[in-house]
Design a protein around this ligand. Structure first.
Ligand SMILES: [Zn+2]
Length: 446
């Protein structure tokens, strides 16, 4: 008998890999990795000595890979609903900037843990983060047990974390060294955007990412205003401007990538740049619609992101898949523009590839990490079932996830958190929100 830690039997397994849907299937986890996956025949479990066996048929569970959030600012959960429906500059100047100026590592720690709770509960197992005080974000995420790529946001202004701009690269280098070798966390170099970073800083960021062999992450071509200002200053589109600085490479992850012409898309494809697509944020901030079908047709690695909770306002990737598919359909007046199966790939296999984690997660295959989730399909809104991807994109929601595992470790069991103290985290964030309220509306209360 083969010794394994967890054995799933007798239910649908959506692998998102070459095996597709296996129903009924069997999947075995040993020492954090997938040790076996295939068809299930009654009695097959006798071949394994499992510490724990889960019969998927008992509660009509679907087993699938954990979702990948390719772009977020986790600690911005602190600002969820603080100010909505405003012009971008008004929103930034009167709400986000005054609050972020007062940001502390303690706020980022609790805001990130709140984000981790939400991601674990809604089936996200990997995320790519950009924010301030990322050492605190990394500590918060390590405790949660999620897989993540994290990076300190770098720009030409002083930071409430590292101080003067020139200290940002040193901070990033220290962060990379501190977390190197961690089983689930790694650090990226993350300049904010072409319009907030000098050419010198952008070049230095690219060199640091190259030297340290880590991901380089940047917001790119997000708004028409960015496109116009980069063209005015440098005489090039944002994509061509980054190309002129040698930033385009397979290690670059470009967040948003909305305002692109055919030439830009061709250059992104030539350099094998990865894209994080954030449809709900793009709609809420009225940034525009990314040319997703063209990006996919060009062979680009594209993942799906929620962006921060101030511009979404949640971290539920099931809603994000639904929005991604419907936005393309209505923009192009074409119901075939983005099928459910492709939207699901963005949040699983393609998202992992965009983060250069394609060998690690994103599908359920032997040898990959046991990053997986269970969904309760014994519910009215998921009945009947003809096609799982259709339900996952158009009918399911994060709240349908009952169990979440990363690296073979349960983070959520039957909707109960196993690594984090949800009551404490929510109480800390409620306390912090009082201070935030006072910063944006001095003397007004709420
Ligand atoms: Zn962003």
């Amino acid at each position: 008998m083969r010794p394994v830690d967890t054995l799933f039997i007798n239910g649908p397994i959506l692998t998102q890999g070459p095996a597709g849907l296996i129903d009924p299937g069997l999947l075995a986890v040993r020492q954090g990795r997938i040790a076996a996956v295939g068809a299930y025949h009654p009695g097959d479990e006798a071949a394994f000595a499992a510490a724990e066996t889960i019969d998927l048929s008992r509660r009509r569970h679907l087993l699938m890979p954990g979702l990948v959030n390719a772009h977020t600012h986790a600690a911005m959960t602190l600002f969820r609903g603080l100010a909505d429906d405003l012009p971008l500059m008004d929103w930034l100047t009167h709400y986000i900037f005054p609050v972020e100026k007062n940001l502390t590592r303690e706020w980022v720690f609790w805001g990130t843990q709140l984000a981790c709770l939400e991601m674990i509960a809604s089936g996200t197992t990997t995320f790519c983060d950009m924010y301030l005080f990322e050492q605190a974000a990394a500590e918060a995420t390590a405790e949660a047990g999620l897989r993540a790529i994290l990076g300190e946001v770098l720009y030409d202004f002083p930071s409430p974390n590292y101080g003067p701009p020139e200290a940002g690269l040193r901070y990033s280098r220290d962060l990379i060294a501190r977390w190197r070798g961690h089983p689930r966390l790694s650090i990226a170099v993350e300049p904010h955007a072409p319009y907030t970073c000098s050419a010198g800083l952008l070049r230095q960021c690219a060199r640091l990412a190259e030297d340290e062999d880590v991901l380089l992450v940047i917001h790119l071509a997000e708004t028409a205003h960015e496109d116009a200002s980069v063209r005015q200053q440098h005489g090039l589109s944002p994509v061509r401007y980054l190309e002129s600085l040698d930033l385009l490479s397979p290690r670059l992850l470009a967040d948003h990538a909305i305002h692109l012409d055919d030439d830009d898309i061709g250059r992104l494809a030539t350099h094998d740049v990865a894209i994080a697509h954030n449809p709900e944020s793009n709609m809420k901030l009225a940034s525009g619609t990314a040319p997703l079908p063209a990006l996919l047709a060009a062979g680009l690695r594209v993942g799906l992101g929620t962006d921060g909770c101030a511009s979404n306002n949640n971290l539920d990737l099931f809603q994000e898949m639904d929005a991604a598919a419907k936005l393309q359909k209505v923009m192009r007046l074409d119901p075939t523009a983005l099928p459910a199966g492709t939207a699901l790939e963005l949040a699983t296999r393609r998202g992992a590839a965009a983060l250069r984690l394609g060998e690690v997660c994103g599908t359920l295959e032997v040898g990959k990490a046991a990053d997986l989730i269970l969904l309760d399909f014994d519910q009215p809104h998921l009945t009947p079932v003809y096609d799982y991807p259709s339900h996952l994109v158009y009918a399911a929601r994060g709240a349908d996830v009952t169990d979440t595992m990363v690296d073979g470790q349960w983070l959520l069991r039957d909707r109960a958190f196993t690594t984090l103290d949800a009551g404490r985290i929510i109480a800390e964030v409620r306390r912090i929100s009082q201070d935030i309220r006072n910063l944006v509306r001095p003397g007004h209360g709420a």
